[in-house]
Design a binder for this molecule. Sequence first.
Ligand code: ADE
Length: 432
Amino acid sequence: MSNLPARDLPARDLPPHDVADLDLAPDGLARIEWADRQMPVLAAIRERFEKERPLAGHVVAATMHVTSETANLLRALAAGGAELTLTASNPLSTQDVTAAALVAEYGVSVYAIRGESNETYYKHMDAALDTRPTITMDDGCDLVNRLHAQRADQLHLVVGGTEETTTGVIRLRAMEKAGALKFPIVAVNDAQTKHLFDNRFGTGQSTLDGIIRATNVLIAGKTVVVAGYGYCGRGVASRAKGMGADVIVTEIDPVRALEAAMEGYRVMPMAEAAPQGDIFVTVTGNTSVLRQEHIEVMKDGALVANSGHFDVEIDVATLSRTATDRRAVRPNAEQFELADGRRIILLADGRLVNLGAAEGHPAAVMDMSFAGQALAVEWLAQQAGNLEPKVYDLPDELDADVARLKLESMGKAIDVLTPEQEHYLSSYDIGT
Ligand code: ADE
């Protein structure tokens, strides 16, 4: 229920939408404005877009987590002149208050309801595709997939798309390799100002936040098993260690495993970690990471959570099949009792725990990721017709712009090279 005073909705016509409850809009507006305070880079881009209108005439379909941070990204794109539709990139990550505010306060078409079925998820995506987008924005590649699989007749309309997450970029590179990708995509995830910050500090903090909100467990003194030591895994491991956990890392990549070991984590296969862990977090981007052989040896009361994009990392089907009893013990925490009496607690249905049980990454870090998104969309509009159907990096100068603006907003200055230093860096004859 709203704890803000009810207000009459603006008198304007509402755009087409399917959201849980438009009466939630005042709470959503407050949340969007609160996030905006932490998103100065995106706000600067929004102000420039208002003047320059670089997206006028473009129809943007976005399939992204429906959060207050995403709402601020859409405000920037709307200021740039784009016509917008937003659908969820995960059935459990939608903030219904934010969806309501986007429709009622900002006039954005939103199709997203927290907890929607898979069928509704795709029905919503189809409604976005019905707008005949010229630019797509994805978080996980589901929209691009659907467009290629079911709307081949619309592919020629699209000048390009953006992708937010590691998993989506992996899928897109596979499409490109197979010759299946039919329009250019900017891999925003791969920008330095995205994955070095969002994936580490964002996933690190918000994953612990999700686990704590769902369970209120003390992290100090617990054994936390982190599966996967990519940028997201590094973030989770470092935050868990910082809160006093004994952290075990599992990996399949020898270099990453070595890095984890030299960072001071215990490194071992999951089969060895399974009987030791109190809390398990999967962040591999792969399937069946926690499966029957691991569940069989876990301690009574073990908490299992996923922070990878898809809900495939924990074998929930096996957990369900082998459980003799299954019940919710708290919001976003479900207990599976096994035949031998052990209880395993699954958080947020095995979906992204940071968005399912908490609010996702904090706005201050999404400021950089979504500044990259906004600049990528502008770049695609500028390059329309000049690009190949490939996966592109965000141009380096745009990546550097995001870093520069973020530093400025934090009141931090950096040094500049002296002429002597510039000369030194470009010469090769000055030695000992
Ligand atoms: N992905 C992770 N955190 C997010 C957030 N707060 N908003 C949108 N997408 C996200």
